[in-house]
Write a protein that binds this ligand. Structure first.
Ligand code: NAD
Length: 366
């Protein structure tokens, strides 16, 4: 699942990269804990192989703080709650600060009541959603997340050629068993997450044929369909292009993306991806469901899930396929590899980070 294809890369140990990126946010006024947190979650996304949600995002986050779109140092506000639910307001705080607080609230309620539903609105970009599923699963809970991105039109609905949805990820996490990869579904409802188009635009792995659609209705894999022509030194912005990413799985992915808008955008009290507004503030909304397996009589869920995993993996493989995988396995393998061998960053991504590091006066790691 590496996005690097065979392109030149700059490989850097995870810890060094984390300290470098944390230094940038410290210079922007985030306190030490928040700076470390932002960097840790971004680097974690790289470690799992989701470079689209890794440090490639740091330049955008920097711009978001400078423009006031994201506000350092904020906590989640509880708007209303009961034993089994909470309605949370993210206040445009850093997603990496707001989302883990929201998950902690869900964990505490589900541990007491057996289940909890938590809505979160107006969080700045919360990054790789698998992170939040993992947080709850490590606490022994099944976690289900539906996410949307308010004010971020990127994806065309099935049969359409204009943007109507965000890339709207869905995540399901199952409590882990020692020594086995966590079962973790974590995917955008678009053919690719937007960050993967960004990676391709930076010279990384190309997006699949037909992942994008132009205003002429023709399918494309050219990132300029989404971003317009590249402007040196400026982060890519989908606001500069007219085309769209396509929903995955034809009508079914489009239907799921639509429901993410309703659940994570409207039920949370946030907003949908569009219609286009004058605001350039982009926020994540998230509807999360936390379930304690014991509350449902499934005390042996983890054991049974592992037995079922083995059964699924025992399927004979199709032609050209080496092994049947289950959700979460590619991420666990990437992590093991990258923790040992370092994180390969595309040269463009690395140079962009260095440019921002120099601007902010953060020493560039050797
Ligand atoms: P992807 O296409 O790589 O799909 C990842 C999912 O597929 C994982 O659950 C993985 O374990 C599973 N998988 C991969 N290969 C498999 C195989 N052979 N067999 C079984 N399962 C397999 O990921 P994506 O859709 O490009 O999403 C990338 C990241 O982007 C995710 O972490 C997502 O949360 C994030 N994202 C975030 C936002 C946001 O607004 N914050 C928006 C969109 C996406």
């Amino acid at each position: 699942m590496s996005l690097m294809a065979d392109l030149p890369t700059h490989t850097i140990p995870a810890g060094t990269l984390k300290d470098f990126v944390a230094g940038m946010f410290a210079k922007l006024g985030c306190d030490a804990a928040e700076s470390e947190r932002i960097a840790r979650y971004l680097v974690n996304a790289n470690l799992t192989g989701h470079d689209s949600h890794g440090v490639i995002r740091a330049p955008r986050y920097v711009e978001d703080v400078r423009s006031g779109r994201t506000i350092p140092g904020l906590s989640v506000t509880v708007v209303s709650e009961s034993a089994t639910h909470a309605v949370l307001e993210g206040n445009n705080g850093f997603g990496q600060s707001i989302a883990p607080q929201a998950v902690d609230i869900g964990i505490a309620k589900a541990r007491k009541a057996g289940m909890a539903v938590v809505t979160l609105r107006h969080a700045a970009h919360i990054g790789r959603i698998g992170e939040w599923g993992e947080q709850a699963a490590r606490a022994g809970l099944v976690a289900i997340h539906f996410v949307n991105v308010e004010n971020s039109l990127l994806v065309a609905p099935f049969g359409g050629k204009q943007r109507r949805f965000a890339t709207n990820p869905v995540c399901i996490a199952i409590p882990p068993m020692d020594g086995r990869p966590m079962l973790l579904l974590d995917m955008a409802t678009s053919v690719v997450a937007e960050g993967k188009v960004m990676v391709a635009a930076n010279g990384g792995k190309p997006v699949p044929e037909g992942a994008l659609i132009g205003t002429d209705g023709k399918l494309s894999c050219d990132p300029t369909t989404l971003y317009g022509p590249k402007v040196p030194g400026r982060p890519f912005s989908a606001r500069n292009g007219d085309g769209a990413i396509r929903a995955f799985g034809e009508h079914k992915g489009s239907a799921l993306a639509f429901m993410c808008e309703i659940l994570a955008g409207l039920l949370t009290g946030g907003g949908t991806a569009g219609p286009e507004t004058k605001s350039d503030r982009v926020c994540n909304g998230m509807l999360s469901i936390y379930l304690d397996p014991a509350h449902f009589g499934a005390t042996d869920l983890v054991q049974k899930a592992m037995e079922y995993t083995d059964y699924v993996k025992s399927s004979p493989t199709a032609e050209g396929i080496e092994e049947v995988l289950v959700p979460g396995e590619p991420e666990a393998r990437n992590r093991a590899n990258r923790e040992k061998n370092g994180i390969p960053l595309q040269v463009d991504t690395w140079e962009h980070l260095c440019r921002i590091g120099r601007e902010l006066g953060v020493p560039i790691p050797a």
